[in-house]
Write a protein of this length. Structure first.
Length: 364
């Protein structure tokens, strides 16, 4: 699963990417510094994994990961091929969620592609280009379906109705993710279009150091504008994250954060937010050889969760032995959980809960 970092040129995307992935993408004070998308596989911070590894003391500890893509900056006219528009839009279409960086700080030493800081205008610029590209996609689909709808095909008429609803929304500058569709309509007609503005989005307000803890007026403007959109807002001082990234020891990082009134790096919150944005959650396996966090879609069944380890586990699934993380933590070991009668045996219909510690029984 991929989350793509997007935004206008020079708003801090590549610096943020470096902080998240430690893959040193080029970062400089000029537009289009990022040409090819940089990809980093980022560990998801999870104190539950740390706790389990201390209890079990395994040979290996393997965290959950999420893929972060740093995509070239977009400018006005991208939907018509301006700047690196076509490449940008192709790259973003391949991601599953969007991390939209907005510049929310003043600094005369860092140029803005439009000459002045205005996060709402910047958001509108990118939204418009993405909406125009989606409009192009939907209108092409409408042309194909129109003929069948005119012949009285009920399925085609229903799809045409959905397409016209999307077109009306895009033409009124509304992102597709904001439109209320039934679950069935979304699955049958919307999902297959792979529209960019239908992807879940997290707006990242890049602020100065003094606004890292509480935000600023720019941040409040962004929050007000996205209140009606199905989106979240995260405040992050990317320059601070870069400084934290340079510190070698955990102790140095903690002291630095305390001085700023923060409890953890903003990058850790961002990675967890991206994970949630992708509708993912985690279950664990815990043994002497390995304690591991496994990534599954929210709502996954026990056999589907087993299949993440190996397809044979799903095919030959018999049952799952499940311990709630809270019980594991409270009782301190798998043996004590068993003695307390807290280990459950679940079948094929079980929906895996975030934090479950699981063993699978299977036969192929």
């Amino acid at each position: 699963m991929k989350a793509g970092i997007v935004g206008l040129p020079n708003v801090g995307k590549s610096t943020l990417f470096n902080c998240l992935s430690n893959a040193k993408a080029q970062s400089a004070n000029f537009p289009f510094c990022t040409i090819e998308p940089n990809i980093g596989v980022v560990n998801v911070p999870d104190e539950r994994l740390d706790f389990l590894s201390k209890l079990v003391n395994p040979e290996k500890v393997i965290p959950a990961t999420v893929e972060i893509v740093d995509i070239a900056g977009l400018v006005k006219g991208a939907s018509k091929g301006e700047g690196l528009g076509n490449q940008f839009l192709g790259n973003i279409r391949e991601t599953d969620a969007i991390l939209h960086v907005l510049r929310c700080f003043d600094d005369d030493n860092i140029v803005h592609v439009d000459g002045a800081v205005d996060p709402l205008r910047d958001k509108e610029t990118i939204d418009m280009e993405l909406q125009l590209k989606d409009l192009e996609t939907v209108e092409k689909r409408k042309e194909k379906i129109n003929r069948a709808a005119k012949t009285g095909n009920k399925e085609a008429q229903k799809e045409l109705e959905i397409l016209e609803k999307i077109i009306a929304s895009l033409e009124s500058a509304q992102n597709v993710r904001s439109i209320d569709f039934s679950v069935d309509d979304r699955e049958a007609y919307v999902k297959s279009l792979q529209l960019i503005t239908d992807k879940p989005v997290l707006y990242i307000c890049n602020v100065s150091e003094d606004a890292a803890a509480k935000g600023n007026a720019y941040v409040e403007q962004v929050k007000a504008v996205v209140a009606t959109e199905k989106a979240e807002v995260l405040v992050l001082a990317v320059s601070i994250e870069a400084d934290i990234n340079e510190l070698e020891s955990y102790e140095e990082r903690q002291l630095f954060l305390e001085d700023l009134g923060l409890t953890e790096p903003g990058s850790a919150k961002l990675i967890r937010s991206a994970y949630d944005l992708l509708s993912l959650h985690t279950y664990f396996t815990a043994g002497e050889k390995e304690v591991r966090a496994w990534t599954i879609p929210q709502g996954a069944s026990a056999p589907q969760a087993a299949g993440v380890i190996h397809t044979d586990f799903e095919k030959g699934f018999i049952r799952a032995e499940v311990i709630a993380y809270a019980d594991y933590k409270a009782l301190g070991s798998e043996q004590k959980v068993k003695e307390a009668g807290k280990m459950r045996v679940e079948g094929k219909e079980y929906t895996v809960q975030d934090g479950d510690v699981m063993h699978f029984r299977f036969n192929v």
